[in-house]
Design a protein around this ligand. Structure first.
Ligand code: FE2
Length: 281
């Protein structure tokens, strides 16, 4: 198999061709996929016809799969690594997390060891008269860092962001159990990619609730300014989903945001897997 890598032409991301995830991937093929993943932050594999087991196997090539705290409610029988993102209602309840991730964020930033990668496989894509809805936007945190003025880079060096569920001002309610499981953590605002060594910005509204040594108001204004900078159009790729897509993103290089422009009877169903990462530095 020859692996093709075509950059999206937008702020990040590349489409990978020549890979069939229903077949075992040899090490050299996976190495090409992983190199594209490291370089582009988001990879897109179209027209995949895979089982839950095959998604878990492919996810496992990137590292150990995490079992999401939502998997108990929104899982797939026999594949606890997969959890459903969906607005579909069966027997009076959602089969998955509806309206996941409506604001810019990166997955599991609230954990001491956040996720390396997240993978979504599109099973059902909502549409309106043929217009696909429910796009996902991605932003390139490394390009955003590179584009900062030197004075700002200097100011940010060594700063740590605070991620504290109890300090959140917005977003959906977090259970006491989850709050107890994830005590407040600090992560460097300028984060070094563990594989490429590239620096990127690891800061966003809502999840990042403060900055060590800063008054709350000063922290929130800097967090807001950086969050707006990261999501400037030149750093963004907007993914329009097709059934069969497998999209994998690097939670160090990419932030993401789900467009909430659909509702039942427009159905959306994604299989999600999450790969464990390393402690940010
Ligand atoms: Fe997310």
């Amino acid at each position: 198999m020859t692996v093709g890598v075509v950059p999206t032409g937008a702020g990040l991301g590349a489409e990978i061709s020549g890979v069939d995830l229903s077949q075992p991937l040899d090490d050299s093929t996976f190495a090409e996929v992983e190199a594209a993943f490291d370089q582009h932050g988001v990879i897109i594999l179209r027209d995949q016809k895979i089982t839950p087991e095959q998604q878990v196997t492919f996810s496992g090539r990137f590292g150990e799969c995490a079992v999401n705290h939502n998997a108990a409610d929104f899982g797939i029988d026999g594949s606890p690594e997969i959890y459903l993102i969906s607005n579909i209602v069966e027997d009076g309840r959602f089969i998955g997390t509806p309206k996941a991730g409506p604001e810019w964020h990166t997955d599991m930033s609230y954990a001491k060891v956040p996720a390396r990668a997240t993978m979504l496989h599109a099973i059902e894509v909502p549409e309106m008269d043929g217009l696909p809805l429910g796009d996902t936007e991605f932003a390139n945190t490394a390009a955003a860092y590179d584009a900062l003025p030197e004075t700002m880079k200097h100011r940010l060096a060594g700063l740590k962001g605070i991620f504290d569920f109890r300090g959140r001002k917005r977003g959906r309610p977090i259970s006491e159990e989850t709050i107890a499981k994830y005590p407040p953590v600090e992560h460097p605002i300028v984060r070094t990619h563990p594989r490429t060594g590239r620096k990127g910005l690891y800061v966003m509204r809502n999840d990042c609730t403060g900055i060590v040594g800063f008054e709350s108001e000063d922290a929130l204004s800097l967090i807001g300014a950086l969050a707006n900078h990261i999501t400037r159009p030149e750093f963004v790729y907007r993914h329009r989903w097709r059934v069969g897509d497998v999209v994998v993103w690097d939670n160090c290089t990419a932030q993401h945001k789900a467009m909430q422009d659909y509702d039942l009877p427009q159905r959306r169903l994604m299989w999600r897997t999450t790969v464990k990462g390393t402690e940010p530095f």
